[in-house]
Design a protein. Structure first.
Length: 351
């Protein structure tokens, strides 16, 4: 574990930028006083916010750039226009050169993935990085990946996601052998595409993976497994569907509560329970997606979060760096020769 966790923040990313990033960092610092910060962005925007938080200012260094990636830019455009100059690139570059242990950005997701992949490269044995997030469930939280970093994937890719997700869950949840499930259209072994069925056989052959089988969509919210693995297309649809359903549920509840005076009285009597429900489903409190598979720790925050939400994303980065996630992933990928070699051998046996 590093004595200090150095966190590089893209202070220009997201819908608001420094006015959320800086106070969010201050909240995270209060929870993790062994943190240090590189604040990358326009000094004229950063310093007025920084003066409001003396404790954060004392452990921060500002790296100036007035170049920012636009939220609506295509990754290729962002790379051509801002490569090596934007706050996003420079935050990632700090990780590459050992000046920071983790980079956190609320900026353009596609650009962050592209810049992370080009600048940091992927770990040995990892074909493509994945976006992993923490999903609130009925029995706690689960790690779900891929949430949309890339589309599609063969059995080897899914097995790799399982290894990386298992490592992340063991760090976040302090579980020695997290349970792992494959997202599928049914729990029966004959269900799903050939790639998913092959991935299931590969995972059964990996001694380090506590594979429990297929998990249907409703099993994510039930907490059927500590880690749920999917290719990016299905994972992103599942995420957006869950977010939309949560918003719909709150809108329907608000409408029902306001429909009569009896309903309003009932709300007053049960408002503690409603508050707990709101806190459980608050997207700000499960903010912070991890770009797994890179030779460095990069965290993606939602662009429209509030200061508390951004603080949670910084917290995720802190935990991953403090408990040395990359070393844990490498150990799982390479234990007893190579977990990926075992997976490839299992795939060949199936085919």
């Amino acid at each position: 574990m590093p004595q200090k966790v150095r966190i590089a923040l893209d202070a220009m990313g997201g819908d608001v930028g420094a006015s959320v990033v800086i106070p969010g960092a201050a909240i995270s610092l209060s929870r993790h006083p062994d943190s240090e910060f590189l604040l990358v962005g326009d000094r004229a925007q950063i310093e007025p916010e920084l003066t409001k938080h003396p404790a954060l200012k004392a452990v921060s260094k500002v790296i100036h750039t007035d170049v920012a990636v636009k939220n609506d830019e295509k990754p290729s455009q962002a790379l051509r226009r801002t490569r090596r100059a934007s706050s996003m690139w420079l935050a990632i570059d700090a990780v590459k050169h050992g000046e920071a242990d983790v980079a956190v950005s609320a900026g353009n997701s596609g650009a962050l993935m592209a810049m992370g992949s080009i600048n940091l490269r992927t770990l040995p044995g990892v074909d493509r990085p994945a976006l992993a997030g923490v999903w609130p469930t009925l029995r706690g939280d689960s790690v779900v990946l891929d949430l949309g970093a890339t589309i599609g994937g063969d059995a080897h890719h899914l097995a790799t996601l399982a290894v990386m997700g298992s490592a992340m869950a063991s760090v976040l949840f302090n579980i020695e052998r997290p349970t792992v499930g494959l997202l599928n259209i049914g729990e029966e072994e004959v269900k799903g595409h050939e790639e998913i069925r092959e991935a299931a056989e590969m995972l059964r052959a990996l001694s380090d993976i506590n594979y429990i089988g297929f998990v249907e969509g409703d099993g994510i919210g039930k907490g059927r497994a500590d880690v749920i693995v999917s290719e990016g297309f299905s994972g992103n649809i599942a995420l957006k569907t869950a977010e939309g359903t949560a918003r719909q549920m709150f809108d329907l509840l608000r409408e029902a509560i306001g429909s009569s005076w009896i309903s309003r009285i009932g709300y007053l009597l049960a408002r503690g329970a409603f508050r707990k429900l709101r806190d459980k489903l608050d997207p700000n409190k499960s903010n912070g997606g991890l770009l797994l598979g890179l030779k460095g720790v990069v965290v993606k925050s939602h662009g429209g979060v509030n200061t508390e939400g951004f603080a949670y994303a910084v917290d995720v980065g802190y935990e991953m760096a403090h408990y040395d996630l990359l070393t844990k992933i490498n150990q799982m990928l390479n234990r007893d020769g190579s977990a990926l070699v075992q997976a490839q051998t299992a795939q060949e046996a199936v085919s």
